[in-house]
Design a protein around this ligand. Structure first.
Ligand code: PDD
Length: 284
């Protein structure tokens, strides 16, 4: 079965899917995106991802020429055409095609592209702990916007991969941890306090992060939204990351430091299990 991509109103074989060379996404990274996890054929945390997509568009002043209802129809069709049971849908919207000029074109229409990625199997509630490295956060100041401008994130993730790690944890000039190159970072302190950075312009307010906050609340777990530095993170009882694709994943080693006893902590294990259970139950 060949993969099907969606490009500006057309469903075409993935191998033939392309956009114009003067798409502003290609030339200026002038666009935004979302990654939605699909489990059992159902998009997870769907409302949150769509809401953030519209918010990102608004923040970079792209006027959507499509309704949320039409997006839902296209995504449902992409899931069907790709026989996507477990996987992800990638949605990208750029300012469209125009003669290269920094200022916004007056006549172009937003360009929409979607691709589907299949997962070999359903993400399992049990997990393997991953290693991470710390890297200087060299991104722009509006990390709350999910733009396709991801070069610093790619450089950080590549450095992690070259060091045999799964994620790069980004550290701001003041020494505080912002987030992962493609995830939010959490820790559990010795007192059992769950900590993640407050969502403002310094981080992307992860949709998974928001669901995990709600799930933690159901367990009467207190979540403190505050900054923490690398030393506090390395001494934490547990460290984990959240994202649409990693769900909740324990980080058991950072740089040369093993976190706690190097085992997956009870809090991250419970939150991952609950997130998957809620997703199956159609609660997310
Ligand atoms: N990344 N922070 C950054 C920088 C991210 O790129 C992501 C997601 C997150 C977590 O957001 P969410 O929980 O909504 O997925 C936080 C996606 C998965 C990606 O770029 O592939």
């Amino acid at each position: 079965m060949s993969r099907i991509a969606y490009v500006n109103g057309r469903y075409i074989p993935h191998s033939q899917a392309s956009v114009h060379v003067e798409d502003r996404g290609y030339q200026f990274a002038d666009g935004i995106y979302e990654v939605v996890m699909v489990l059992n054929g159902q998009p997870i945390d769907y409302d949150g991802h769509l809401k953030r997509l519209y918010n990102s568009l608004k923040l970079i002043k792209i006027k959507a020429n499509f309704s949320e209802a039409s997006l839902r129809i296209i995504i449902a069709r992409m899931i069907r055409l790709n026989h996507l049971v477990n996987g992800t849908i990638y949605v990208q919207v750029t300012r469209g095609v125009a003669r290269r000029d920094h200022k916004f074109p007056t006549a172009s229409q937003p360009a929409i592209v979607m691709t589907a990625k299949l997962l070999a199997s359903m993400p399992s509630p049990s997990q393997k702990g991953v290693a991470a490295i710390t890297v200087a956060d060299e991104r722009w100041a509006r990390r709350d916007i999910k733009t396709i401008q991801l070069l610093p994130n790619c450089l950080a993730k590549q450095e992690a991969a070259e060091k045999g790690a799964f994620e790069a944890i980004l550290v701001m000039p003041d020494g505080s941890v912002s987030e992962g190159s493609s995830s939010n970072v959490w820790l559990v302190t010795d007192k059992g306090e769950l900590v993640t950075r407050k969502a403002n312009e310094n981080i992307l307010n992860g949709i998974t992060r928001q669901s995990v906050q709600r799930i933690a609340g159901m367990h009467q777990l207190k979540v403190s939204e505050r900054t923490f530095d690398v030393a506090e993170m390395l001494n934490a009882r547990e460290v984990f990351i959240t994202s649409a694709t990693s769900i909740v994943t324990a980080v058991t080693k950072i740089d040369d430091t093993v976190i706690s006893d190097g085992e997956i902590g009870v809090v991250s294990a419970a939150l991952r299990e609950d997130y998957i259970q809620h997703a199956h139950g159609g609660v997310l």
